[in-house]
Design a protein around this ligand. Structure first.
Ligand code: PRT
Ligand code: ZN
Length: 214
């Protein structure tokens, strides 16, 4: 049986277009119909799986996929046994703490005793611990985090910021950058040599495409 490298990418969302472009610019030819969950490249030993981004780190750890393309924020949050093998220079954003605009910010210590809403509880816990801050609570919510302070659910939030306009329109201001993020390729650290060889070839092509663009 011929070995295939299984690559998980986001099925739909902000990473989808960049992920498909990257693979196609690297010379992989494959179909990607709207309802397709996986597809095999016609000219390269690769199978592409289309998944929700949050599920990708677990699938890579479990070797359901060998590599995955996710935001560094998702990689960091999931804390799985994966490694970053390539940074991709797209989907750049930051994970930041924001508070109501009308409030004065008293630095990181002022987060002591505060309720913080986020979709990234592990990253927030690590950040606060590093700065010896003990929050009243960290409330995990999966979407629309920016409305939490306005509806009395939290004193502060930690969420992804790109232009900052979502914070602005929700009456919030960015006060701390917790991490910078971009799309990355993550891999299971324990790939079979045949799969590692396919990955190395793909990474070489990606690097060549990047050089050609600069
Ligand atoms: O359905 P699935 O679970 O696969 O996707 P998702 O909805 O969880 O993720 P998606 O597609 O929204 O984002 C995928 C990845 O894109 C994130 O994990 C980040 O790594 C990256 N990324 C880059 C962003 C943004 N920019 C971004 N702006 N992810 C989210 N946003 C949100 C932000 O939270 C804010 O609410 O977009 C909104 C607008 O941002 P502003 O600051 O420009 O107003
Ligand atoms: Zn997601």
């Amino acid at each position: 049986m011929n070995t295939l490298l299984r690559i998980a990418i986001q099925k739909s969302g902000r990473l989808q277009e960049g992920s498909l472009d990257l693979l196609k610019e690297s010379g992989l030819k494959f179909s990607n119909g709207k309802d397709q969950l996986k597809t095999q490249a016609r000219n390269f030993p690769v199978e592409v799986l289309f998944l929700r981004d949050d599920d990708i780190p677990q699938y890579v750890e479990d070797k359901v996929a060998d590599v995955g393309l996710v935001g560094e924020n998702v990689f960091a949050e999931k804390q799985k046994k994966n490694q970053i093998v390539k940074r991709l220079d797209f989907a750049k954003c930051r994970l930041s703490i924001a508070i109501p605009r009308a409030e004065t910010y008293g630095g990181i210590p002022s987060l002591n005793g505060k309720n913080i809403a986020t979709s990234y509880p592990n990253i927030v816990k690590d950040f606060l611990k590093k700065h010896n801050v003990v929050p009243a609570g960290i409330h995990e919510i999966s979407g629309s985090v920016e409305i939490a302070p306005g509806i009395g659910l939290a004193d502060a939030i930690c969420d992804i910021v790109s232009t900052g306009s979502t914070l602005l329109s929700n009456g919030l201001k960015e006060v701390e950058v917790v991490m910078q993020s971009e799309a990355v390729i993550i891999a299971n650290p324990d790939l079979e040599p045949e799969k590692q060889a396919i990955l190395d070839k793909l990474l070489f092509r990606i690097e060549a495409v990047k050089k050609a663009k600069n």
